[in-house]
Design a binder for this molecule. Structure first.
Ligand code: AMP
Ligand code: MG
Length: 346
């Protein structure tokens, strides 16, 4: 039964969207009102044991925690499943088994409740929650995470990709290096943060391959070079971490600055798990200042993969006429940001 308050809200037309995120190592459920108030954002991170994310193991984690995460989200939001108006889910890009687990949860909920399902592009969602939470309207976005490295900005109906990685993501580069160096991560201190701490003690800048081709970046050669130097044992780990950070951050900073100069946008948004890095923040802040642009960084809760961003983008999409029929709700492992039309941006 709905309590009196909720009953009133429903009568007054209060609407909620529940969003499911499961593209990679995190399973998360968020609940947003149609006005963009985030009522819940519950994240369960899968921490891989040794060799990095194994898609099937991460998917098993998602399946195991889904029930509890959903329950906690409803508790936090203080609403019942029957109060929901729409269900949205991360339809891609991401790891197949992980995406499928989230999609299954979302489909089951939507069909059980008899409400519309909306498939959301994960990268679009990072940008939309960024705009919502930092009060930016039309930024150049640098999205750097464990799975993505993308510099984008809105133009002619879509978020265009100005630059991206040609191979691995920046966060993944830091993670693999940290693992090779025998470092340990925790849920509250991921590898990137461990590298950041050690890098703060580094002083010597060691030459590593710097690869920017046009507007795109490559991190895998650099990673191999850094690991080789690590194994040779000639350098201090702190100097290697420092040099690795400086080199990869210089690359993304260069590409972001060129996108900013080209588009002449007046805002820069830094998001994704790597956005937590203070050194990266100061580099991007500096170029924003040079171009008279406002710099905004996402708070960690909404910078990492999270269900709230899927819920909020679900609201935007659905209120602009987008529905994903169940039979078309297959997951899209390589769904590119610029393929998505953005009718809510004019
Ligand atoms: P996400 O893929 O958005 O969930 O973010 C996870 C990525 O962010 C991983 O590659 C982490 O190592 C990275 N990360 C988290 N905190 C930091 C930090 N302080 N500095 C650099 N990378 C970080
Ligand atoms: Mg993650």
């Amino acid at each position: 039964m709905l309590n009196d308050n909720k009953m009133k809200e429903k009568e007054n037309g209060e609407h909620y969207c529940l969003g499911v995120e499961s593209t990679a190592d995190d399973f998360s459920v968020g609940i947003s009102t149609f006005d963009g108030e985030i009522l819940a954002n519950i994240i369960s991170a899968y921490v891989p044991s040794e060799r990095g994310i194994h898609p099937r193991e991460a998917a098993r984690h998602h399946g195991e925690v889904a029930n509890k995460v959903l329950e906690n989200a409803f508790k936090k939001a203080r609403i019942k499943p029957r109060d929901l108006s729409i269900i949205s889910f991360s339809q891609g890009p991401g790891l197949g088994p992980c995406l499928r687990t989230g999609a299954t949860v979302a489909r089951a909920l939507a069909s059980y409740l008899g409400i519309p399902l909306v498939g959301i592009n994960h990268c679009v969602a990072h940008i939309e929650i960024g705009k919502l939470k930092t009060d930016t309207k039309d930024p150049v976005t640098l999205y750097v995470s464990g799975g993505n490295t993308i510099v984008s900005a809105f133009d002619s109906g879509r978020y265009r990709v100005f630059g991206e990685t040609l191979d691995i993501a920046l966060g993944n580069c830091l993670d693999v290096f940290a693992r090779e160096a025998g470092l340990h991560q925790r849920v509250d201190e991921p590898f990137g943060a461990v590298v950041e701490k050690i890098a703060a003690k580094g002083k010597k800048l060691i030459h590593l391959p710097y690869t920017v081709k046009g507007m795109d970046m490559s991190f895998s050669g650099l990673l191999t070079a850094a690991i080789n130097l690590l194994k040779r044992g000639e350098y201090k780990l702190e100097d290697l971490c420092y040099s690795l950070q400086e080199t990869v951050f210089s690359m993304v900073t260069e590409v972001t600055e060129r996108a900013l100069a080209h588009t002449e946008k007046k805002e820069v948004l830094l998001t994704g798990g790597v956005a937590a890095n203070k050194r990266l923040q100061s580099r991007i802040k500096a170029i924003a200042k040079e171009h008279d642009a406002k710099f905004r960084v996402m708070p960690r809760e909404f910078a990492v993969d999270n269900g709230a961003m899927i819920a909020w983008t679900g609201v935007l999409a659905h209120t602009h006429g987008i529905v994903t029929p169940i039979e078309e709700s297959f997951v899209r492992l390589r769904w590119r940001l610029e393929e998505v039309e953005i009718p809510w941006m004019k």
